[in-house]
Design a protein around this ligand. Structure first.
Ligand code: NAD
Length: 343
């Protein structure tokens, strides 16, 4: 029987892309651990949901006993840890779940992973990897110049970023203190189909299609470095197969855009695909709203070291990826509604 890989958060946006990729590209058994919060939807798995090499375990990563049981039952050869509370605005309104899941949950998972790792024979230990999926937001914000490097200092500014930064530190501590072969990826803003409709792109699409004002924080000048979800997922797999324990890998698409430019692009794509019944562009709906508290000005990653070390590069043309994303939401209008969906 093939080795199992454990993917936490596999019913979320990036996790589900990773599960689908791993089932396609490897012969691993994939064990998805997901507690199915509002952001988790088994439909994201698509055909992977009933794939013979896939198992979905509904469990909370902060439940240490449950995590021990998962490792015991499935004996994974490695872990890719994506489960998290992931939305900055929610972290500002209520930080507690971010501490429980992102910090305590990561520590519970590390404890269970270490106990499992210590039970493995030398050969399996040499192969074992714990890949922790984090964000560029741990590095704080940039001005107009420069890009984050793997050794950039941590300077998180939102509760979300602080919780991810804390989890990164615990992951490194488990490597240095206990010898667990962990590595960290810090990814940039990710776009694509199946993102929960609270994030910028689906919010713009929903409001535009409903004829509602399209909210843009501040003056829309904030800059993000965008990467397509499948490119991000492939990088995570490469980090598992080619990464060195103790290392940090920056996963960025190198496509920097001001938020307002992105919103205009989305409006242009909608104008072409689904013209408004009234004359005019969806861009007429753009409305500038009070800036988010502590809104980071700019993120940009220097992913060159990651490209070399992991022999990886993003392959999705930004315009094509954005077009596919818009088309997917047009084909699945129900996925623009933010209510929790039944499994
Ligand atoms: P998401 O919110 O779409 O998915 C998170 C998943 O984790 C959901 O399926 C949810 O049910 C699950 N989950 C939440 N709490 C859990 C818990 N306590 N136990 C088990 N499962 C739980 O998030 P995403 O956008 O796919 O992000 C995945 C990871 O990538 C996160 O760690 C995030 O910090 C990181 N990341 C995201 C981006 C981005 O732009 N989306 C960029 C860089 C890094």
């Amino acid at each position: 029987m093939s080795d199992a890989l454990l993917v936490t958060g596999g019913c979320g946006f990036i996790g589900s892309a990773l599960v689908r990729h791993l089932l396609d590209a490897t012969d691993h058994r994939i064990v998805t651990v997901d507690v199915l919060t509002y952001a988790g939807d088994p439909r994201n798995l698509g055909p992977a949901r009933s794939h013979p090499r896939h198992t979905l375990v509904e469990a909370d990563i902060a439940d240490t006993e449950a995590m021990h049981a998962v490792f015991e039952a499935h004996q994974p050869a490695g872990v890719l840890h994506l489960a998290a509370e992931s939305h900055v605005d929610r972290s500002i309104d209520g930080p507690a779940p971010f501490v429980t899941t992102n910090v305590q949950g990561t520590v519970s998972l590390l404890e269970a992973a270490l106990a499992h790792y210590e039970s493995l024979d030398t050969e399996a230990q040499a192969r074992f990897r714990f890949v922790h999926i984090s964000t560029d937001e741990v590095f704080g914000q940039l001005g107009d110049a420069g890009r984050f490097q793997p050794d950039s200092p941590y300077a998180p500014r939102s509760p979300y970023a602080a919780s991810k930064a804390a989890s990164d530190h615990f992951v490194r501590a488990w490597h240095h203190t206990y010898g667990l072969p962990t590595l960290i990826t810090n990814g940039s803003n990710t776009y694509g189909p199946r993102q929960y409709p609270e994030k910028l792109i689906p919010v713009v699409l929903r409001n535009a299609l409903n004829g509602d004002p399209i909210p843009v924080y501040g003056d829309g000048s904030n800059v993000r470095d965008w990467i397509y979800v499948d490119d991000h997922a492939r990088a995570l797999h490469r980090a598992y197969t080619h990464g060195t324990p103790g290392e940090t890998y920056l996963v960025g698409g190198g496509r920097e855009l001001r938020n307002i430019e992105l919103v205009h692009m989305l409006c242009g794509l909608l104008d072409a695909e689904r013209p408004r019944s009234s004359d005019g562009s969806y861009a007429d709906l753009i409305t500038f709203v009070d800036d988010r508290a502590g809104h980071d000005y700019r993120y940009a990653l220097d992913a060159s070291a990651t490209r070399d070390a992991l022999d990886w590069q993003p392959t999705t043309n930004f315009h094509t990826g954005l077009q596919e994303t818009v088309q997917w939401y047009l084909d699945h209008p129900e996925r623009l509604e933010p209510e929790p969906h039944p499994a």
